[in-house]
Design a protein around this ligand. Structure first.
Ligand SMILES: C[S@@+](CC[C@H](N)C(=O)[O-])C[C@H]1O[C@@H](n2cnc3c(N)ncnc32)[C@H](O)[C@@H]1O
Length: 791
């Protein structure tokens, strides 16, 4: 160092200053005049003495180039600084080790070369080529697809630098690598995260695409289209690269897309709200809700209610966001459980179903009834109701409606209230049944609209249950079947239904019988002495129809439907034991107690007295004051109840009818003198007595007694000579042989034409009507005569 200083007198430079940047920076150049006389290039040359022999040579060769660069460098310095004080040289900056700004950290290859010569860095591998940072940098450079490589990093060409310089260069390179490595590490971690996400998406996409490819297109024809429009092989064929390869190569930002239009992944939809009871805790205070009376027994663990808030304390709302389950508990809203979810009365599989049930959904006339039945046999009644006053509780065609009072149903022909009319039960039922018929028979929707279903009862055969609730007096279902004559009803019972235990015949209208053996579901409705329904007759479009209506307390879902049969068994033998289980059960399916047996009430007595008074007044010609009873329309109308079931026991009934016919015939023959008055005939009487067995069950015992009884004809008053009108006058005038046109009357006999004319009511008043002698009577008379002659 000392030697070097001595060999270079002008300018005096401390060579030692080159060893450290701090020393170098403090070198002062003496005399401004001298500074000014020296070219800056020369100064620069002098300030950087060659450190070796080769440097001298090299310096000579590169003198020109170095001079130019340094001069440019110095020219860039501010002129004010140069002027204000003596020039100072920062060797750190000049040597490229110390940089003045971050931008200069990445020194250009040229500047390094210019400063330190081309031989600064050796060809040997870089100082930190094996360090993880270097590796990281390498990876990053590759990943970013840069057009330079780590091995040819600018400024990395320090193979020919001397060791000392190499160290310095290495340290600067290390810094550079470290900084860049850190930056790249951050980039890589971000990219790595994206890569992971992308690879996740990629996996899902691949799974989907595999599925789609399997369904939509053959694999070999499907091509993948990348965003850059390059066509690649389907992803199934692309081999999955190794993790390392993926790490190093998957920094590509553009991810391969399988399909330009991705199929939308079906997203699971979560319900935002759930169903819950919707009861407040204070509901228990409600008197209408029965409190649980059963106390927990020792064995059963009582239900823990600790999770419920204290009902006695006012509820404080939690300011924190509640968990969903608790927020559901807090919220309250009305809800209806869908029928598909809650249908408690579905007919269970395997349950016994009724056999031999021919369904008839509309009444139909069968046999002779077709000729006897009078179609619309009364005039349609016009409804004079006005639309209901808004806000009033009285509905359209309510209790004041005349049609309703007369059991006529309103329709568009007789009522103008349209939808406001409430007297259209059968029309409403028709709408419901139409909905039911369109629905699947197994669906809850069908059951809801049909409203009823058949069930098997333990002791009363089949019955009917409500599949929904009904308002009081709401129509439930129609009772339909075949309209037949009473004769046909008897015949069916004798012949068709002789092996059956249950009959479905009911008195209907115009003296006809409604036989629901082929009929609607209503035929299965059982009897109860305390019924929840009633069978009513209504006139719809002039035609009578029967339907089951809810009672005054309405019907709940699942209740068995019953009504009072008011059963007329015709014979005691046919009396059936009632198993309805009501507290006021009459014990038998017999008729309701006759009203006549009821004691007369005070009100009825008043009514009778008022009626008498009116009649007396009318008799004496007094005009009764017309007083409109205001309560007249308010009175509950008495529904036209079903007249009752017809139970015709064919053998008993036949015997009874035959007996009566015989009695009548004998009496007539006796009267005519054909049979003796003291005739004794065998008579059979059947008496039924009810007993109870040891179990308390009722038993009906029949006793048949036969006795001989005499038929005594009633004493007939002495006959007065009868005026025979025209016929007798003819006979009086002309006592000749009767003519053929004498209305067929010969003696006491009436010939066929006469009878025909009698039927036609052409015989004048007062004419004698003679009953024709039947074949049976003649036969019997002959027998009697034969018996007598034998005696
Ligand atoms: C119209 S059917 C009713 C449906 C019948 N249960 C079935 O299975 O077809 C009438 C018959 O049901 C039976 N029945 C109805 N209600 C009854 C009751 N309360 N007690 C006993 N039997 C009853 C009687 O046998 C009666 O003749």
């Amino acid at each position: 160092m000392a030697k070097q200083r001595k060999s270079l007198p002008v300018p005096r430079l401390s060579s030692g200053s080159t060893s450290s940047s701090s020393a170098a920076s403090n070198i002062e150049v003496g005399g401004s005049a001298r500074e000014g006389s020296l070219s800056s290039a020369a100064l620069a040359l002098m300030s950087t003495p060659p450190t070796s022999v080769s440097d001298h040579v090299g310096s000579a060769v590169d003198k020109e180039e170095t001079t130019t660069t340094e001069s440019a460098d110095l020219t860039r310095r501010s002129s004010s600084r140069r002027k204000s004080g003596p020039a100072s040289y920062n060797l750190g900056i000049l040597s490229g080790v110390r940089r003045t700004s971050a931008g200069r950290e990445m020194a250009s290859k040229e500047s390094v070369r210019n400063f330190s010569g081309d031989t600064l860095v050796e060809d040997a591998p870089g100082p930190s080529s094996n360090t993880p940072n270097r590796q990281l940098l390498n990876d990053g450079v590759k990943a970013l697809n840069m057009d330079w490589e780590m091995d040819n990093l600018p400024g990395d060409n320090a193979s020919d630098l001397p060791d000392r310089k190499k160290r310095r260069h290495r340290s600067s390179m290390d810094m550079l690598i470290e900084t860049t490595g850190r930056a790249l590490g951050r980039v890589k971690s971000v990219l790595g995260k994206r890569e992971r996400e992308t690879s996740e998406t990629d996996k899902t996409e691949r799974r989907q695409s595999r599925r789609l490819l399997a369904i939509e297109a053959p694999k070999d024809t499907k091509e993948e289209v990348q965003q850059d429009d390059s066509v690649v092989e389907p992803r199934e064929r692309v081999e999955r690269p190794s993790k390392l390869a993926r790490l190093s190569s998957s920094f590509s930002i553009t991810m391969p897309q399988v399909f330009s239009t991705k199929p939308k992944k079906p997203t699971k939809r979560y319900e935002t709200q759930g169903l819950y009871a919707g009861q407040t805790l204070t509901s228990y205070d409600d008197q209408s809700i029965p409190k649980p009376s059963r106390k927990p027994t020792g064995k059963a663990r009582p239900l823990s209610t600790s999770f419920l808030p204290d009902a006695t304390q006012p509820q404080k709302r939690n300011s924190l966001v509640a968990l969903p389950m608790f927020s559901y508990l807090e919220r309250e809203r009305p809800f209806t459980i869908p029928y598909d979810v809650f249908a408690p009365v579905h007919h269970q599989r395997g349950e016994e179903k009724p056999k031999d049930w021919g369904k008839v959904h509309k009444n139909r006339l069968v046999g002779d009834a077709i000729h006897y039945w009078k179609k619309p046999y009364f005039e349609r009644s016009l409804c004079i109701c006005t639309p209901p006053v808004p806000g009033s509780s009285e509905p359209g065609c309510g209790e004041h409606c005349l049609n309703r009072a007369m059991d006529y149903e309103c329709d568009s022909n007789n009522c103008g209230l349209g939808d406001l009319c409430t007297n259209r039960d059968f029309a409403g039922l028709a709408v419901r049944m139409e909905r039911a018929n369109k629905a699947d028979k197994k669906s809850a929707y069908y059951l809801f609209n049909a409203g009823v279903e058949v069930i098997k009862t333990p002791d009363r055969g089949f019955g009917v249950r409500a599949c929904r609730s009904y308002e009081p007096n709401e129509i439930i279902t129609e009772y339909t079947g075949e309209i037949i004559t009473p004769n046909e009803a008897g015949r069916r019972i004798r012949e068709d239904y002789k092996d059956k235990a249950d009959y479905y015949q009911m008195e209907f209208d115009q003296g006809m019988i409604l036989d629901a053996t082929k009929g609607s579901i209503a035929r299965f409705v059982n009897h109860s002495c305390e019924p929840n329904c009633k069978m009513l007759k209504r006139f719809v479009g002039g035609q009578p129809r029967m339907a089951l209506f809810a009672g005054d307390r309405g019907i709940l879902t699942g209740e068995e439907l019953t009504y009072d049969y008011n059963f007329d068994p015709y014979s005691v033998k046919n009396v059936q034991e009632c198993r309805c289980g009501a507290t006021n059960c009459r014990g038998v399916l017999g008729p309701r107690p006759k009203d006549a047996n009821k004691p007369v009430t005070k009100k009825e007595k008043e009514g009778m007295a008022a009626g008498m008074k009116r009649k007396v007044g009318e008799f004496f010609g007094a005009t009764p004051a017309v007083e409109v009873d205001k309560d007249l329309f308010k009175k509950r109308k008495v529904p036209q109840m079903s007249k009752g079931w017809v139970y015709v026991d064919e053998t008993m009934e036949k015997a009874r009818i035959e007996e009566a016919r015989k009695d009548k015939e004998i009496a007539r023959l006796q009267k005519e003198g054909i049979l003796p008055a003291d005739l004794e005939v065998k008579k059979t009487t059947t008496t039924t007595t009810m007993t109870k067995d040891k179990n308390g069950a009722r038993r009906f015992v029949q006793k048949v007694t036969t006795r001989m009884t005499g038929h005594k004809p009633k004493a007939t008053p002495e006959k007065k000579p009868q005026k025979l009108g025209r016929l007798s006058s003819i006979k009086k005038k002309d006592r000749g042989t009767p003519r053929a046109d004498d209305a067929g009357v010969i003696g006491s006999r009436v010939t066929k034409p006469a009878r025909r004319s009698m039927d036609n009511k052409s015989i004048p008043k007062g004419s004698m009507k003679v009953r024709p002698v039947t074949k049976d009577a003649v036969k019997m008379a002959r027998t009697m005569r034969a018996v007598k002659s034998d005696d």
